[in-house]
Design a protein around this ligand. Structure first.
Ligand code: ZN
Length: 328
């Protein structure tokens, strides 16, 4: 093999070695690597290669009856003439980057990535590769996030203050990933939590991998929960709570999410911010970078100004399921 494994970008996924393996294809393929269980990365492949956590989340989300090859972080698997290793991506439970190694070089695909990880998943572990395929959801300099721990403290204080006033704090957080991060922050601070059913269903899978949500319960949708309520933004109209409510959106988009019925925004994301993306590229030390997702053209330009050989992949994938700008 001359050079690193061949990658080709289709609008619906990334092809490796002429169909030997597909990365995050939204169309059914013979062998599809699924980096994580958000819907825009998943399809009903003949065989799915992913982490055990992602397989469990997929089975819960309409992925029953599929054949899974489950690989833990760091396990090296032969696929045709390449080897594939899944590495922690720090995005949500089970999220993985994929290192594809051939005789002539290597490719690292980040999927969705958050270098520092969170309360419910370990930090990303980037490996050196010759070619880097990376996301750029927040690939503009205005997207620099405050330290996550400070934001979690502010979020807990918001919940405590609302409950002390006799109001109901409501957190709008995506059902898979973000909601569990918010719940864990609240539970660790011993704030009682009630979760919308779609969030609770995902928590069951987290529990099966040892995550605790102590002091939380499922919210049936009626009455005053007497607890901080965690609801996906898409489901907020389903919940009717008597009395005063204080509503907070939890999203990396910050004040862009402010709108009718939202009192405040906590800028907590499960993606890298701008500085995190730059640090990731530096850590991988690739010879070539392909930028997918989000601000791909702008971020590729910034990478070139920093001495990387980088290009944007146009027309590939939309924004991530959990960090769409118009979600709130
Ligand atoms: Zn995602």
């Amino acid at each position: 093999m001359n050079g690193p494994p061949a990658v080709r970008f289709a609008p619906y996924g990334i092809e490796v070695q002429e169909g030997l393996l597909w990365l995050d294809s939204r169309r059914r393929k013979p062998l599809g690597l699924v980096s994580h269980a958000h819907a825009d990365h998943v399809a009903r492949h003949e065989t799915v290669l992913c982490t055990p956590e992602t397989a469990a989340l997929m089975r819960r989300r309409r992925g029953q009856g599929l054949k899974y090859i489950e690989r833990r972080y760091g396990e090296r698997t032969a696929v045709g003439d390449v080897h594939v290793t899944l590495l922690p991506a720090g995005h949500i439970l089970g999220s993985a980057m994929a290192l594809v190694e051939g005789a002539g070089g290597s490719v690292l695909y980040t999927g969705d990535v958050r270098p520092e990880g969170g309360l419910t998943c370990p930090p990303a572990e980037p490996a050196h590769a010759d070619v880097l395929v990376m996301e750029a959801t927040f690939g503009r300099p205005e997207h620099r996030f405050p330290p996550a721990q400070k934001t979690r403290e502010a979020l807990v204080a918001f919940a405590r203050d609302a409950l002390a006033e006799g109001a109901t704090p409501v957190f709008l957080a995506y059902a898979l990933g973000k909601a569990q991060e918010v719940m864990t922050a609240l539970c660790l601070a011993e704030v009682p939590v009630a979760a919308h059913g779609s969030v609770w269903g995902m928590c069951d899978v987290y529990r099966s991998f040892g995550h605790r949500f102590s002091g939380s319960r499922r919210f049936g949708g009626r009455g005053r929960p007497g607890a901080a309520l965690v609801v996906p933004p898409q489901s907020r109209r389903e919940v009717r709570i008597p009395g005063t409510v204080r509503v907070a959106a939890v999203t990396g988009w910050g004040d862009r999410a402010l709108g009718p019925g939202i009192d405040t925004v906590f800028r907590l994301s499960d993606h890298a911010d701008y500085d995190g993306l730059l640090a990731l590229a530096a850590a991988v030390r690739p010879e070539r970078i392909h930028v997918v997702h989000g601000y791909a053209p702008e971020f590729a330009q910034d990478l070139r100004e920093r001495g990387f050989e980088a290009e944007a992949v146009e027309g590939h994938h939309g924004p991530d399921e959990d960090e769409r700008p118009g979600l709130f």
